[in-house]
Design a protein around this ligand. Sequence first.
Ligand code: DX5
Ligand code: ZN
Length: 214
Amino acid sequence: MLVSPSILSADFANLQRDVEMLNRSAADLIHIDVMDGVFVPNISFGFPVIKAVQKYAAKPLDVHLMIVNPQNYISQVRDCGAEIMNVHQEACVHLDRTVQAIKNAGMKVAVTLNPSTPVMMLEDVIAELDMVLLMSVNPGFGGQKFIPNTINKIGRLKELIEKSGSHAVIEVDGGVNADTGRLLADAGADILVAGNYVFAANDPMKAIETLKAL
Ligand code: DX5
Ligand code: ZN
């Protein structure tokens, strides 16, 4: 299992310390949640903060944009050193064009689906994707409760990926802990995002190892 801890739940007044903890940990990626107050009902942080994280991060950045018009920010995301750029299907009218533009900018491309968006919405673009991010909460806040339907959705997404010959991996985001992580691992998730479970733990490095071992 790969693990991508979300710095949304980090201590923003000690971001360098928390990023350096992730560098020392078993984490595979660092998940970065950008919220614009329009696509989701909350605002998190923007490019200056991502650049500050990049300065200290020794792991690839997994940037999740919960914003409208993500196609307008592709070069800025690349200049922040992102390895993977995640855009929401619901935020992209011309999703194929945006996917191609992200690839042309030299990043891995991921498309994110809200809990209510069926996996079939990706049928005609899945072959182009490096990753699909399934939201297992309605995006906007850390520390929410896992939506169990995500488990069935992973099965449907796996079928779609296999049918199309896509090499896309499956990442899941929201309400992940040791229990929901176990169900997700059994269902076939490749990467788990975890914010609250990691950063509210007494021992965040151990929490990451627990998810890694699922
Ligand atoms: C939700 C964000 C998540 C969030 C996960 O809007 O996209 O990445 O930080 O947080 P937890 O793991 O606390 O649900
Ligand atoms: Zn996220």
